[in-house]
Ligand binder design. Structure first.
Ligand code: NAP
Length: 259
């Protein structure tokens, strides 16, 4: 299960029994914590990422904890694969109530050195992927007149970050996409929000190395990195049935970094 600090506070509880959630990038890090949290609150979770082996491990952990999860291996940037996953989830699990677009990649380098491939890979995973998934789930959600969509953005998309022209553009685009789709779907009782994490302990930030991470901790008012489960708690709040009037928002979870 997701790592918690020694003095872990009581976790939020939401009744998601009978609901089906699709979580992308669920094979590790923040996505895994989100999947485990939604399952722990009663949702059946469809786990999406490219690595089938890692998804099987996450599904086993969720089942061992008493939850329900099924694996749907898929590259989120591929249109036909996304359509097949959404059709497969509806066929096998009956409905889709919650979509969390969390899959994301970084290919950091300064602008003059950034290749076309580095630009395209980040944009197609971080922005095209959420577009494809939202378009695909919009039909079943509109038919059932209920839905909760959360897109995992980043503070980099809100304030920019040197070395991340591709990544911050993808996350800023995701914020615009979130706000627009929220306005299109609000009348069908579907909410669409974004969570913008600051620096969260995961493989993505471990790649920065210990020296840079120490610098980051000094800059964050909370003086620590966030934990994956702390992002999952914000997502859980946004997908609660009682959050129906909360839409088109970006919830920043960053220890005060950009406050
Ligand atoms: P991570 O540990 O690198 O995990 C990324 C996840 O995305 C993995 O499950 C990966 O699985 C999946 N993924 C990547 N490309 C994919 C593709 N084309 N199709 C399907 N799945 C794909 O990253 P993380 O730190 O947990 O980050 C999760 C999200 O939070 C990302 O959107 C990231 O931008 C955002 N975020 C993270 C931080 C942070 O500090 N960690 C801060 C701000 C925002 P496979 O490799 O198996 O496909």
């Amino acid at each position: 299960m997701a790592k918690e600090p020694d003095s872990a506070p009581a976790r939020l509880r939401v009744d998601l029994a009978g609901q089906v959630a699709v979580v992308t990038g669920a094979s590790q890090g923040i996505g895994r914590a989100i999947a485990e949290t939604l399952a722990a609150n009663g949702a059946v979770v469809a786990l999406v990422a490219r690595s089938a082996a890692k998804l099987a491990e996450v599904a086993a952990a969720i089942r061992a904890a008493g939850g329900r999860a099924e694996e749907f291996p898929c590259d989120v940037s591929k249109g036909e694969a996304v359509t097949a996953v959404v059709e497969g989830v509806v066929a096998r699990l009956g409905r889709i109530d919650i979509l969390v677009n969390n899959a994301g990649v970084t290919r950091d380098t300064l602008l003059p050195r950034m290749s076309d491939e580095e630009w395209d890979e980040v944009l197609s995973t971080n922005l095209r992927g959420p577009f494809l998934f939202m378009r695909a789930v919009s039909r079943p959600m509109m038919q059932q007149r209920y839905g909760r969509i959360v897109n995992v953005a980043s503070v980099s998309g809100l304030i920019g970050n040197p070395g991340q022209a591709n990544y911050s553009a993808s996350k800023a685009g995701l914020v615009g996409l979130t706000r627009t789709v929220a306005k299109e779907l609000a009348g069908r009782k579907i909410t669409v929000n974004a969570v913008a994490p600051g620096f969260i302990a995961s493989e993505m930030t471990a790649a920065l190395g210990p020296v840079l991470l120490d610098e980051v901790k000094k800059r964050v008012p909370a003086k620590r990195l966030g934990e994956a489960w702390e992002i999952a708690e914000a997502v859980l709040f946004l997908v609660a049935p009682s959050s129906g009037y909360l839409t088109a928002q970006v919830v920043t979870v960053d220890g005060g970094l950009i406050g």
